[in-house]
Design a protein around this ligand. Sequence first.
Ligand code: FMN
Length: 189
Amino acid sequence: MIKVGVVYHSVCGSTRTLAEAIVDGINSIPGCEGEALAIKGEHIIQGRYHNPELMLRLDQCNGIVFGSPTFMGSVSAQFKAFMDAASERYSGRGWVDKLSAGFTIGSNFSGDQLNTISTLQIFAAQMGMLWVPLGILPNHDVKRRNRSGCQSGLVAVVEGEGTVHELDYHTALYMGERIGQLLGRLQLL
Ligand SMILES: Cc1cc2nc3c(=O)[nH]c(=O)nc-3n(C[C@H](O)[C@H](O)[C@H](O)COP(=O)(O)O)c2cc1C
């Protein structure tokens, strides 16, 4: 079984909804199993993220999708604490060659969400992971997914507090399917 972890932080629930849609997309691919893993503030003690169980689950994954709300033009403080805690895997090269992708949501159409995606992308590169861009042509997709037009990852825009636009939801589903399909193809090599 191919395993993909979708690790995310969410306060009001919109990032969680996207994470769960990505998991549904992963699970729709035969032989793939997705799991949503929430980063919680209670695991940050004196500024340091500590959740060995979550880290071990990610170790067992073939791919990891990272998701954070955009807060002040970047990842949330809680997500950054998780990134810093992953430095143990950086030095041990524990996540090298796993597939990776990223998603974010903000309340504005151009609320600097790209900086969040770029932060996730650079984090994945630090870990030696292989980044999967979204791969949907904006304005040409018959289902009108990727309405924000970002290619590096999924950039969503809040509909109402804690909710997700239907097209962003379908883009998240697609992201999960794409990761699952790519991992399936890599396994066949
Ligand atoms: C402290 C804070 C900073 C924020 N900064 C931004 C921002 O820079 N750009 C943006 O588009 N939205 C910003 N937002 C809006 C959030 O990204 C938005 O509410 C998002 O849906 C939160 O995700 P969640 O529902 O998973 O908690 C900010 C919200 C908060 C609370």
